[in-house]
Design a protein around this ligand. Structure first.
Ligand SMILES: Cc1cc2nc3c(=O)[nH]c(=O)nc-3n(C[C@H](O)[C@H](O)[C@H](O)COP(=O)(O)OP(=O)(O)OC[C@H]3O[C@@H](n4cnc5c(N)ncnc54)[C@H](O)[C@@H]3O)c2cc1C
Length: 144
C-alpha cells in the first residue's frame, strides 16, 4: 500500500530518447569476443568434421547391437543423407546408401560399411582409398 513517503518516480516521456553517451562496459566487446572470428565452414572443413563424427559413431556403436539399435542407426544414416549441408555431397551419398544398404548388424560391419562409403568419396575426389581393415586403428584403438 502506498504511504506517500516516497516520491513517485517520474515516468520518462515517450518522446525522450534514453540518454546514451557510452555503451555499458559489458556491451563494448562484440558478443562473440571470446571466440575467433571464424568464417562458416567450407565443404572440406564440413567434410572432415563430419567424417570424424560418423567414424566415431561407428567406433562407439555396440559390438553386438540390439535390433532396435540396428534399425535406429540405419535410419540415422538415411536421414543424415537428407540433411547433410552440402547438397551435391548429400545427393551422391543418398545414391550410395540406396545401392549399398548400411550394414548395422555389428560394430565392425558398420565401421567397414562407412569406410567404404568414405572411400567412394575419396575416389571421386582423386584421393587414395583407405584400407578398411584398419578402420579401428584410425578411429577406435589407435596404432600401437
Ligand atoms: C557424406 C559426405 C559426402 C561428401 N561428398 C563430397 C563431395 O561430393 N565433394 C567434395 O568435394 N567433398 C565431399 N565431402 C568432403 C570430403 O569427403 C572430405 O571430407 C574433404 O575433402 C576433406 O578431406 P580431407 O583430405 O581433409 O580428409 P577426409 O576425407 O575428410 O578424411 C578425414 C580423415 O579420415 C581418414 N580416412 C580417410 N578415408 C577414410 C576411410 N575410407 N575410412 C576411414 N577413415 C578414412 C583419414 O585419416 C583422413 O585424414 C563429403 C563428406 C561427407 C561426410
Amino acid at each position: 500500500m502506498a504511504t506517500g513517503k516516497h516520491p513517485k518516480p517520474t515516468p520518462a516521456k515517450k518522446t525522450e530518447a534514453v540518454p546514451h553517451t557510452k555503451t555499458p562496459a559489458v556491451l563494448e566487446e562484440p558478443l562473440s569476443a571470446p571466440y575467433e572470428q571464424t568464417d562458416p565452414p567450407d565443404v572440406e572443413q564440413l567434410g572432415k568434421s563430419t567424417w570424424t563424427l560418423l567414424h566415431l559413431i561407428a567406433a562407439t556403436y555396440p559390438e553386438e547391437p540390439t535390433s532396435k539399435e540396428q534399425a535406429d542407426l540405419k535410419q540415422f544414416v538415411k536421414l543424415f543423407g537428407n540433411f547433410y549441408p552440402c547438397w551435391f555431397c548429400a545427393e551422391d551419398f543418398r545414391g550410395y546408401v540406396q545401392t549399398n544398404e548400411p550394414d548395422t548388424t555389428t560394430q565392425d560391419k558398420f565401421g567397414k560399411w562407412l569406410c567404404n562409403a568414405h572411400n567412394e568419396v575419396n575416389v571421386k575426389l582423386g584421393k587414395p582409398k583407405f584400407d578398411c581393415d584398419l578402420w579401428k586403428k584410425r578411429w577406435k584403438d589407435g596404432w600401437e
